[in-house]
Ligand binder design. Structure first.
Ligand SMILES: Cc1cc2nc3c(=O)[nH]c(=O)nc-3n(C[C@H](O)[C@H](O)[C@H](O)COP(=O)(O)OP(=O)(O)OC[C@H]3O[C@@H](n4cnc5c(N)ncnc54)[C@H](O)[C@@H]3O)c2cc1C
Length: 461
């Protein structure tokens, strides 16, 4: 039966549209860090919505499950198949249209994020989503994980940047939802179901995306802060005084020390700073822009809200500041056993989260080393706990530490997954920490849209 399916798929997609050779499949079956390895009998690479719809229909008719894949940059394993038919969207890589006067563009699911940013810039517009994987992550993957990144504070998450979606449903029908409307009160907003669904409800084939005016003024600054409470004060002072904060990231001391130690050619921009806030500002004009920011920092320093401040004098210095932030994961990866978390709490609770989590980590694993960094302006920390110096890796209580981090976030009305999603790694934790009514409703939605469990059946719920 299944060989019959693969023959039908191969016939429909042609030689460019499928792979079955083991060596050619290999790059699609391994997650970039090597954390997830998979297998598949068949990789389908549709080049149009019609082909994608036929792939899903044929799989559904044959009772075969599908794992969708975009750029394979996801961090929770949802894009790696274990025996499912793998559907890569890479060949659906066209920008279908741009309507600058409507501040919108339509991109296919396999378009890489930097190409959308460039297409917007070519029309003197901004597509504001930005994250370190932007050279590989695709629009379909970014939608399916509801990606965040560094500009959420100003522009929102992927969900907030979508006007419409075209989706192949689990039985192969196509939901034609690409209208680029700011207002459409005609019932349930169905596109929202597929955003953040991690490929479990349908295959996203194209999206209508929101564009924004291109900022004419930019500035990146690095400020020393005593702790998260001071960082929070600084955030609000800068927002109120400038109205121009586009990104507000924090990095604790250890996160920067490990970048300097383990990443070639990196130096500490602020030796001795207990914590650093990396702030990006955007404005519509240069007039008065830098003065307002300098004045805001000066008054914050007088009030002891921050210490030293470095303002990037040119684009290359700004890149250097950002590079420290972007290299934090590479900096602590070689440091032995560790557990990573991507949690969020209300922005007001970020200092409480760090205080409580750090105290609880020390209690559970004395000497544990903590790298805390990330999108504090959105209430989102990437919080990594590493084995104490000298401890053998097999004594590191990874699971207990993770449950404690999640309990602290939950007590503060937070979430166990701020932006990376659930995938295959956090399924048990989702059930443990999300309220039972929401879980029941999620299961009902899955049953209604995909009763035969065709779409990414091992993922999310
Ligand atoms: C260095 C680095 C930095 C990162 N920084 C951030 C960050 O700051 N913020 C953030 O949110 N994420 C971040 N990520 C995570 C990652 O880039 C995002 O999850 C991204 O959205 C995944 O896009 P992708 O195209 O690679 O999707 P994939 O990894 O291929 O797939 C991700 C999920 O989406 C599903 N999927 C993919 N395409 C489709 C489709 N067309 N239809 C239906 N389902 C689909 C897959 O089945 C899978 O479940 C980072 C990753 C890396 C490697």
């Amino acid at each position: 039966m299944t060989s019959d399916l693969y023959a039908k798929l191969a016939n429909r997609l042609g030689p460019k549209g499928h792979i079955t050779d083991a060596a050619d499949l290999a790059p699609y079956l391994k997650e970039w860090r090597g954390k997830f390895m998979g297998n598949t009998p068949f990789l389908a690479m549709p080049a149009s919505t019609e082909e994608a719809a036929d792939v899903v229909r044929l799989c559904a008719e044959a009772g075969a499950a599908i794992t969708p894949q975009g750029g394979n940059t996801g961090l929770v394993g949802g894009q790696i198949p274990l025996g499912e038919v793998l559907v890569s969207m890479k060949r659906m890589n066209r920008i279908r249209s741009i309507d600058a006067a409507n501040d919108s563009l339509i991109a296919e699911a396999g378009v890489v994020l930097t190409s959308v940013q460039q297409a917007a810039a070519d029309s003197d517009r901004l597509f504001p989503l930005s994250l370190a994987s932007e050279g590989s992550a695709t629009i379909g993957g970014l939608i399916s994980t509801n990606a965040g990144g560094v500009h959420v504070l100003r522009y929102g998450m992927m969900r907030d940047l979508i006007l419409g979606l075209e989706v192949v449903l689990a039985d192969g029908r196509v939901l034609p939802g690409l209208k680029a409307l700011r207002k459409d009160n005609t019932g349930y907003d169905l596109k929202q179901l597929f955003i953040g669904a991690e490929g479990t409800l349908g295959l996203v084939t194209a999206a209508s995306l929101k564009l924004f005016p291109r900022p004419r003024a930019h500035l990146v600054a690095l400020a020393s802060v005593a702790d998260a409470a001071h960082a929070l004060h600084l955030l609000h002072r800068l927002k109120a005084a400038t109205g121009a904060v586009a990104a507000f990231e924090v990095m604790n001391r250890l996160s920067v020390d490990l970048v300097v130690k383990n990443v070639a050619d990196r130096r500490d921009p602020m030796p001795g700073a207990p914590m650093m806030a990396l702030v990006e500002f955007e404005g519509a004009s240069d007039i008065g822009f830098r003065d307002a920011i300098e004045n805001a920092f000066a008054s914050a320093a007088v009030a002891n809200v921050c210490g030293n401040v470095l303002i990037a004098e040119n684009a290359s210095q700004a890149r250097d500041f950002w590079r420290i932030r972007e290299d934090i994961s590479a900096g602590h990866r070689p440091e032995g056993a560790q557990v990573n978390h991507d949690v969020s709490v209300p922005v007001s609770q970020t200092p409480a989260f760090l205080d409580r989590a750090n105290t609880a980590m020390e209690r559970t694993c004395p000497g544990a080393r903590i790298v805390a960094f990330g999108h504090m302006g959105d209430g989102n920390f990437h919080y990594t706990v590493m084995q104490p110096e000298g401890m053998s890796a097999d004594r590191f209580p990874a699971d207990a530490l993770t449950q404690t981090v999640y309990e602290v976030a939950t007590q503060l009305a937070g979430s166990i997954s701020a932006e990376h999603g659930i995938g295959v790694v956090r399924k048990d934790d989702l059930i443990r920490y999300k309220d039972p009514q929401s879980i029941a409703l999620m299961r009902a939605v899955k049953r209604a849209l995909d009763p035969n469990n065709v779409m990414n059946p091992r993922v999310l719920i």
